[in-house]
Write a protein of this length. Sequence first.
Length: 209
Amino acid sequence: MFEDLQKTIVEGNDEESLSLTNKYLKDGKKPDELLKEGLLPGMNVVGARFKAYDMYLPEVIMSANAMKKAMEILKPLLLESKASSMGKILIATIEGDMHDIGKNLVSMMLEGAGFEIVDLGVDVPIFKIVEEAVRNKVDIVAISAMLTTTMLAMEPAIKEIKKSDAKIKIMVGGAPITIEFAEKIAADGFAPDSLRAVDLAKNLLNIKG
């Protein structure tokens, strides 16, 4: 039904995605229908093409921006209608690190996939990550680091989170992070890019599809 909306996401056309979202809402379509049958299938195509090397990062960013434009309209309506969330994820770049492009892209992708996001931004102290994770009752904490110096703060952060609430899953990512490092610091998962971060979050919460 929403193939044209899906197409705007795949093509990264943010103006058209916004225009079609408003049109469908005016026509009486439900916000969760647009998300589940239009935007998410579009991002699924982007994800599949990216993994198959048929799309590249700049194109993925354009698609994410098209999704973001539509979500700016849909998000308050979804909250109003209390549409079910896939889960709540806190995301942050670890203290001492000011990089945010990768974190922002992961945040957009997760939100587009239906997760509720608590974004603490960059240069976030360990105590604040733990405090906000517990206060917001999140299901997952996603920590990013882009420097070999700041990635070392991930291990104490994970230890503190696990002390406070063992039910919170922890995923890590960033340029210098490897699966071996993630396992060494006892993270629950590692994603090398934003699209695989969505798959990882679903796997950690046993969400199918």
